[in-house]
Design a protein around this ligand. Structure first.
Ligand SMILES: [Fe+2]
Ligand SMILES: [Fe+2]
Length: 296
């Protein structure tokens, strides 16, 4: 089955907090864990949904898949709400989130027009660095396995709730858009992205909680990664052909792809500025892959 990721209880102590396009997930237990922190404007939404479940108990951990603006936007807001919150991410994320340029971009993309001061992005730091393959036991019968999954970004982590057979891959799995399309999300390295997809595909799961908009269960979850790999290779080859066709000029490639993928896409859509930054990064990643291929 394919569900939209609105706020809901997924199973006995696993929740989707919504909102649909920027969902965070909550594993409740002795030490409740939240996965990703969306954009800053959604902080109050997360607060309200957390309160429904936690009923006054504090949130213990925030696991960040990566520090893109739409995955860590409300982290500082949550830390203010829960001062003992441990914010966890990869070593690369801990380094990136201290860089002034990264903070400026994250702030710019979060601070939509009309936000109140307290809804704007605030800097934060990583309290605990997560290691690849580390297992965390936050109480109860569920462990969380941390899996390095670079390619979308270099700081990307996926999370696997082993006993629950639930995978939280963030954009390491791409972003499905309905049944027939997956947005391929290699922004820094094509080969690492495909290796990460292959690594995640080998896990034993029944449910995938995606970064944006969807939850897949059963057959849709099981067949997802083969489809995402096929779509990913086709997308890489398409960009590569456009690089040849337009003599390695970026601008005409952007025009073709934006019209096809973005301008005619249905709402809700990614912020245009973020789409453009990502598309340019994907073209760059394909150029890098072509150079690597040529040198073999
Ligand atoms: Fe991302
Ligand atoms: Fe995202």
């Amino acid at each position: 089955m394919i569900y939209s990721s609105d706020a809901m209880q997924i199973d006995e102590n696993l929740y989707c907090l919504g909102p649909q396009t920027l969902p965070s997930f909550l594993l409740d237990g002795e030490e409740p864990v939240m996965f990703d922190a969306g954009m800053s404007f959604a902080g109050e939404h997360y607060q309200a949904e957390l309160e429904k479940v936690l009923q006054g108990r504090p949130l213990s951990y925030l696991f960040l898949s990566h520090v893109h603006f739409d995955h860590c936007g409300a982290a500082a807001f949550l830390k203010q709400l829960y001062p003992n919150l441990t914010i966890c991410a990869s070593a690369e994320a801990a380094e990136i989130i201290q860089k002034p340029n990264a903070l400026a971009l994250i702030g710019k993309l979060n601070n939509l027009p009309g936000l109140r001061e307290d809804q704007k992005f605030q800097p934060f730091s990583i309290d605990r660095v997560l290691q690849d393959n580390e297992s965390i036991h936050p109480g109860g019968d569920t462990s969380i396995r941390v899996m390095a999954a670079p390619g979308h970004t270099r700081d990307m982590l996926a999370f696997y709730l082993e006993e629950r057979r639930v995978l939280i891959p963030s954009e390491a799995a791409g972003v499905p858009s309905g049944k027939d399309k997956v947005y391929t999300e290699f922004l820094v390295d094509c080969e690492s992205y495909f290796r990460s997809l292959q690594k995640l595909s080998l896990l034993d799961f029944d449910t995938i909680l995606f970064a944006h908009a969807y939850i897949y269960t059963g057959d849709e979850a099981k067949s997802y990664f083969n489809f995402a790999l096929d779509q990913g290779f086709a997308f890489r080859d398409k960009l590569s052909n456009l690089i040849d066709q337009f003599d390695d000029q970026t601008e005409p490639i952007i025009q073709v792809m934006k019209q096809e993928e973005y301008d005619n896409a249905e709402e809700p859509k990614q912020l245009e500025e973020a789409y453009m930054l990502n598309l340019e990064a994907k073209i760059k990643a394909v150029r890098k892959w072509r150079l690597q291929e040529a040198s073999v």
